[in-house]
Design a protein around this ligand. Sequence first.
Ligand code: SF4
Length: 198
Amino acid sequence: MLRGVSGCRFRLRPKAKMKKQPVKITKRAVLYVTMLCNASCKFCYYRFESNRKHTPLEDIKKNLSSFKKDYGIEYVDITGGEPTIHPQIIDIVKSSCDIGIKPTVITNALKPDVISSLVENGLEDLLVSIQGFRDGHDEVVGISGAYEKIIETLTVLKSKSFEFRFNTVLTKYSCRDAELLAKCQVPIFLDTYSEFFP
Ligand code: SF4
């Protein structure tokens, strides 16, 4: 029996019996391979990082190995910065495949040639960031012609029958263009879908 601040007596209730649930650890990890980028998105906070550089391949391999051995990871999201500008991105994807971790690359899709090589070298999945429709996208990422590069990349993927996903950050630009994106782009690449995370 305890006494509260007002002098009232109260009794602690016995703890409700909790059923013990087995702890489940995710099978998906995130791997940051660079803090550098070839775009300059209005909303990007990495632009303000002081120490922006590529992660050395040896460190990346150690991380992948630890993911597998220590945590039983089966999938990895390779991100940055922009992972396709890492000079050893193909080796990174290959290393991941070699140890049985299926790699996804999250990209602004400005490098269709590199992405094509990744597909040839075991890439499992691609998440393409699209931030608006045509000029709207270019304005957000700060690069004229960026939207056309995405279309070039998607066309390459389509020709290889490689499935991919879209990723859009919810901003005033993407909200303004959402309907256009859905109506004009998704039907062109029928096996795709858009995700919006507020
Ligand atoms: S593509 Fe990604 S890392 Fe590059 S500027 Fe845009 S949000 Fe930042």
